[in-house]
Design a protein around this ligand. Structure first.
Ligand code: ZN
Length: 205
């Protein structure tokens, strides 16, 4: 028995560096699947912390919401450990190369890319702004979307650093995320969950 489709979660701590500054950050790790197989969404800080969520399951893919170092730092090491491809939108190549000069990801994500797992499908939505290759991952069967740093509880992600742009980010959120059902649960890259309806009401459509 594969058991029910579910989302598992951990918080792992480390640092984020860009533009010559380094900050302490807690990142969410999301694992979507059943008892047999799963996909891992983002690979921050610690392979051990991620494997504790995965357990004995087969990992079908390591999906990166974007290539800031606090989301991809252990992606190559996790790939070694679980033998699964790393998926990333190629527009984040400049950011990826700031962290990984001797490894590439395996498969390009595009808007509309479908990632099958455990009898369901995750669909990539390209939402540039926080990063040029930022994607959100929509799981309609679970009524949730994984937004990385594109949308948090309380509003859009940060756009103060290189490769970010606030108008682009707001346009992505309004055009692509606020179209989802209001009660869609938003699983973010940092911090607590929210819903599409709550964030649409706060930011304005
Ligand atoms: Zn980020």
């Amino acid at each position: 028995m594969a058991g029910p489709l579910r989302v598992d979660h951990a918080v792992t701590s480390g640092t984020f560096s860009l533009d010559g500054e380094t900050f302490d950050v807690d990142n969410n790790v999301w694992v979507l699947g059943d008892d047999d197989e799963c996909v891992v969404i983002d690979a921050p800080h610690s392979v051990e912390d991620i494997l504790a969520v995965v357990g004995e399951r087969r990992v079908k893919a390591i999906v990166c919401t974007h290539a800031h170092d606090d989301h991809v730092r252990v992606a190559p090491a996790l790939r070694e450990a679980v033998v699964a491809p790393i998926l990333l939108h190629p527009d984040d190549k400049p950011l990826w190369e700031l962290t990984h000069t001797d490894h590439l990801w395996d498969l390009d994500l595009a808007d509309g890319s479908e990632i099958p797992v455990a009898g369901t499908v995750l669909t990539a939505i390209h939402t540039p702004g926080h990063a040029p290759g930022a994607v959100c991952l929509y799981a309609p069967d679970l009524g949730c979307v994984f937004t990385g740093d594109t949308l948090f509880q309380g509003g859009p992600g940060a756009t103060g650093r290189s490769f970010s742009d606030r108008p682009t980010l707001e346009a992505s959120i309004r055009a692509r995320l606020f179209d989802l059902p209001e009660d869609t649960v938003v699983h973010t890259g940092h911090g607590d969950d929210t819903t599409i309806g709550a964030e649409a009401a706060a930011l304005g459509r």
